[in-house]
Each structure stands twice: as C-alpha cells, then as structure tokens.
Design a protein around this ligand. Sequence first.
Ligand code: PBG
Length: 337
Amino acid sequence: MSIFTIIKFYKSVMQQLRRNRRLRTNEAIRSLVREHTITPNDFLVPLFVVEGKGIKEEIMSMPGYYRYSLDLLVKEVKELWSLGVKSVLLFVKVPDNLKDNKGTEALNPDGLMQRAIKTVKEASPEMLVMTDVALDPFSSYGHDGIVENGYIVNDQTCDVLAQMSLSHAQAGADFVAPSDMMDGRVLAIRELLEKENYKNTGIMSYSAKYASAFYGPFRDALDSAPGFGDKKTYQMDFANRDEAIKETLIDIEEGADIVMVKPGLCYLDLVRDVRDAVDVPVAVYQVSGEYAMLKAAAEKGWLDHDAVMLEQIMAFKRAGAHIIASYFAKDVIKLLS
Ligand code: PBG
C-alpha cells in the first residue's frame, strides 16, 4: 500500500458528513446561493404583424398569443418597453396574393415588415429591433428559399436574403436574423451590409436550426407551412450533435454577431455545447410548439402553468443561453415583478 492510498483511506474515514441541505434550508439562503436568475434583459420577444387596422387576433394553436396590425403593435411595444423588454423579433403574415416563388414582396420598401420596423422605432425609439430573414412567409411554396424543380436553390436564395436584410436595415432594423439555413447566407448578408455602409447592423444567425415538428403553430400563425415536402434539405437533422458546432463556427467566421440554437428545450445539450465552443453571445429559441404544449397541458389542469414556465426558462439560463426568444416573456416578467 502506498502512502497516498493510506492518506486517502484516512481522509475518507475522517471526513465529516457533508450536509448540503444546509444551503436549502429556507428561501433566504436559497436566494443567496442561487446560480442563475431571470430578468427582463434575458428576453427577445417575437411579434407577429398583420395588415389592417384594429386587429389583435389570437393564434389558434398559440392561446394567449396574437397577431397585431400596426396600430395595435404600437400599444404592445410600448407595454413591453414599460415591462423592461428591450428587444423584439419581428415576423409578418403576408397576404396570399403577394406571395411568389422569389419572395419579391420581401424587398418592397413599403412592405409590411419595413413598415413594422418603422412603427416599432417610432413607438419606442430605444427598442432593439430584430427581423426574421427567410422567404417562407413570402413564398408561394412556403419554403425558406427559391424553388427550382422541387429543390430549394442555395446561392440565388442567399442573394435575395442579402437584399432583404439590406431592406430591413434601410427601414431601421438593428439586427437581421436569418432563419433559413442556406449555406453562405451570413457571408452574403454581411458583405452587402458592409458594401452599402450598414456597418453597425448586426446579424443574429439561426445557426443550429433543426428540421423540427415543433414549428407547427408558428406556421399556423403566419400561414407559412411548406406547400410540398419538408425542410430537411436545409434545416438540420435532429439526430446530429457535432454538426451544430460546425454550422455555428462557420456562421461566426462569416460574420454572425450572435448565434442561436433552435428549438429550445429538446436541444439544451446543444445550447451548452455551443456556449462552450464560441465566444459570441448565444441565443436560444423556445419555439411555438413548446409554447403550445404547456398551454394545452395547463388548460387541461395537468401542469401548473407558471411553475413549469419558470422551470423551463431557468433551464435555458442553466444550459448557457445569454438570450431567450420566448412567447412566454411577458408572462414571465409579469410573474416575477
Ligand atoms: C422562418 C421561421 C420559422 C420559425 C422562425 N422563423 C419557421 C420555420 O423555419 O419553418 C419557427 C418559430 C417557432 O416555431 O416559434 N424560417
């Protein structure tokens, strides 16, 4: 027996019982040693915008979540700001007659997205405005890119996404958020923004975005479900883990300022992997299907809505997310204040 083995044995015998429960005795000590907290600064709030006036319509598969016309968007944005929310992520529902294969309407300087950006900036000038950049809400096929012979073509799509990003920047967006998973889109966007002197417009890239069935309710919200096939030729295979790091590192090389993992709860392993692998802020998107699941279970009385909601949001913080895009943001902030 070596001296080290003897010391180890002696130590194990002499060691006092570690009473870890001391640190859980009451709320005061638990708060003192709590490792993570939730604040309004953690949230990026997705907002759905529609044409019209006086419209605040509930999304069927997202109870308690609404599409707003621009006039009522003003009210919502002001309320968010007063609650301490400082960033929003805009999505638009485009009328069918304006959709085509190339997403032409996405480039319209007076399009709904461009007007929505201006509306938010007027309502709340300091609010950070991010915009979703992908063709699906504008595409007659409901795909994130241009379709040729049933295939979503990559490079032409990147050109349109760059134009779209420029148009959002010109309307006043602070960040563009490409959510399409084409190869090289971050580079295409960064280059065009630089060239046109939008040097301070940021890119939050949906860098590890999986082909997920959890996006169902979102596609109801925007009427943007793919008309044929699925998104598996561009969004990632949910069986893959290492690939998330590859995608994310490439996006950072191409110029992404913030990277994102999406969906959220089923992908917390990737939030941690990405957080450990990169030196830029990491966002996570708790998507529409995650929201719908909890709402449905709570409606049935099977889960305690608020308690489960907080537990889930905290899980994102614990996993390492700096930014949480969530439809629960307002509920969480109200609950905590
Ligand atoms: C558009 C986009 C989608 C989501 C965000 N941006 C849908 C999709 O990729 O099919 C999903 C968000 C959610 O489900 O909450 N490309």
